[in-house]
Design a protein around this ligand. Sequence first.
Ligand SMILES: Cc1ncc(COP(=O)(O)O)c(C=O)c1O
Length: 443
Amino acid sequence: MSKLNREQTITYDKQYNQHPWLTGNVDPIPIEKANGIYFYDFNGKKYFDMSSQLSCVNIGYGNEDVIKAVQEQVEILPYIAPAYASAPRSELAKLLVDLAPDNIAKVFFTCGGSDANEAAIQMARTFTGRSKIFSRYRSYHGSTLGSGNLSGDPRRFALENPSATGFVKFKDPYVYRSCLSFETDQEAAKYYLQKIEEQLAYEGPENVAAIFVESITGANGVIIPPDGYLQGLRKICDKYQILMVCDEVMAGFGRTGKMFAFENWDVKPDIITFAKGVTSGYVALGGIMVSKEIADYYKEHVFQYGLTYSGHSLACAAGVACVQYYKKAHLLENTKKVGKVLGEILEELKVKHACVGDVRYIGLFAAVEFVKDKKTKEPLVPYADHSGIMGKIIGLLKERGFATFGRENNINIAPPLIITEKELREAMKIFDEVLEIVDKEFL
Ligand SMILES: Cc1ncc(COP(=O)(O)O)c(C=O)c1O
C-alpha cells in the first residue's frame, strides 16, 4: 500500500501523471479511501459515488468476497500466461457463458472495454471476411485505434485516422431529440430501423461485417432504445448475415436490473463485449463472449489477437467472486427496487425544474438532460461545447458531496447497485438543490 500523504499525492500527481482526456493543468481531488457507496478525500470529506466512478464499481467498495478472492489468488498464482489453463480463468469463462443467452459458447478475456471492442472488430472481420463496421454517433466504445474509430462521440475526432478504414456511423434512436413525433415505441423503432436498412443499402450489406451498439447508450446520456428496436436490429443482421455486437461494457452486469441490458428486449447478440462490472473495478478486466458459430470457426482458424494479460489470474479471481456476489446479495432485485424510486424522483425533478428537459432511466442507470428551454428543447450547451457550463454544474454537485460525470448536456446517475432507498433519497436531495441553482443562474 502506498504511504504517500495528501500533499505528496497532489504534488506527484501534478508533476508525474498525465490524466486522460485532460490538459496537464488539472486539479484532481486527492482521494484516500472508499467504503460501500462512498469515497473520502484526505480531509475526510465524504462523497456519494453517484456514478460508480466510470459506471464500474457496481458492487460498491470494500466487498469482502472480492478482497478475499484476490488475496488468496495472489498467493497461489498471481499470473500465468494465456497459453496455459488456470482455474480462475476457466471458472469465470464458464460462469459467464452460463449467464449469457444459450447461443453464446466462449469467452476471450481482455484488460478492459477498449481492447474488448478491438478484439470484437478483429473477430467480426475475420469471421465474415467483410470489412465495414457500423456503429452509432452517440456512442463510446473505447480509445484504442479501432475502438476509438468505432466510437461516435467527439472523443473520436482525435483518433480518426486514415489507416482505420471501414467505420460507418448511423443515427441513434434518440427519440427525445427527433424532429418527428412518434405515437408508440414500435413506430419509433420502425423509423430508426428503416433508416439503418437504407444506409446498409447505400454501403452494400455484403460489405458489412458487424453492427455494434451499446445495448443502452451509456456515457452519451443513457439513450434507451424504443421497444422493438433491438429486436428489429437482430432481424436486419440475420437478413444480411451481419454480426450483431452488443457493447455491454457500461450497461451490463446488473446496471439495468438485468444481468445484461439486451435482456430487457430478449435478443441474442452474436458477440457481447464487456468490462467494468465484471470485476466492479477491483482489478482491470474485459472480454468478449461469442456465439457457438464463431467459436466453432476459431476451432479451425487462428484468432490473430493476443494480450499478455488476457485472463489475468487476479482479475479473473475478482471476476468470479464479483459475478457470484450479484446473485448472493440479490443485486438485480435491489437495482429494480431502488431504481423505481430513482425514476419517481427524476420525474418529480423534471416537473419541478425549468432546466430539466428529459429524464431517462432504467434500473440504476439514468441521465438528466439539461435544456435552456423546455418547450423548444434547446440544449443548455450545444453539441461538442467547450464552455465548461456542464463542468460547473458537476462541480457544484461535487462540492456538496455528490460525485458523478456527464457528457454534452447530460448528467449521468448510476450509483453502486448496493445503494439503499434512504441513501438514494439523501443524495438526490443534493441533486435537487443544485438544479435550483441551475434554474436561477444558468438559464
Ligand atoms: C460502452 C463502453 N464501451 C467501451 C468502453 C471502453 O472501456 P475501457 O475504458 O475499459 O477501455 C467504455 C468506457 O467507458 C464504455 O462505456
